[in-house]
Design a protein. Structure first.
Length: 200
């Protein structure tokens, strides 16, 4: 789960350039690895290749950061991390072609520009934030399973309130109340998680 108490900016400050802050590193890694893996898959890497590219990107990122090569005045963190990740993904595709492994369309074939990669990054980040917020909503005590289910059926799957009410044995007005309550709480949870990415 994303650490809501520390923004990316605070985590980077916690890393420092020479002191090993394992908690800051673990939180950054947990925050960005899934995003990088999804980005790799989006551009044609297998699950294993995407995981390798993400791990290598994070290690390269940490080394470069500790060496003082990241200057926030020259660009956003995500642009810098995307640059590292692009090189790692291309390295994997080149290695694959040297081994004569056939794959689908890849980043090397598509050659996405910076704007396209940043847009893909934003989409993947939004999806990860939403999934984590939904997981937190389901795990919160005080919210009945049926309430969450009503919200998922109407708010996420597009069922009508009457169809959801019939399926769950609720009144239509109870379904609307469940949707409203869950949506309100979900917005807060999403906002908290978006805040955690501050500085990228």
């Amino acid at each position: 789960m994303i650490d809501l108490t520390r923004t990316t900016t605070a985590l980077l400050e916690g890393l420092g350039r020479s002191v090993d802050d394992g908690t800051a590193w673990a939180t950054l890694d947990a925050r960005y690895q899934p995003l990088l893996i999804n980005l790799g898959r989006r551009y044609g890497l297998t699950n294993a290749e995407a995981a390798d590219a993400a791990q290598d990107t994070m290690l390269d990122f940490l080394k470069a950061y500790r060496e003082g090569r990241y200057d926030p005045g020259k660009g956003r963190l995500r642009s810098w991390m995307i640059g590292i990740h692009r090189r790692r993904m291309i390295d994997i595709v080149r290695d694959r072609s040297k081994r004569n492994v056939v794959g689908g369309a890849t980043i090397a074939d598509q050659e996405p520009g910076d704007a396209e990669l940043e847009h893909a990054w934003d989409e993947e980040r939004a999806q990860i934030v939403l999934e984590d917020a939904m997981r937190a909503l389901r795990e919160e005590s005080g919210t009945a399973d049926r309430t969450i289910r009503a919200f998922e059926l109407v708010g996420l799957r597009g069922l009508t309130a009457s169809a959801a009410a019939e399926q769950l044995g609720m009144s239509v007005s109870d379904v609307y109340v469940a949707k409203s309550r869950c949506l309100k709480r979900l917005r807060v949870l999403v906002e908290e998680r978006e805040h955690a990415f501050e500085g990228d």
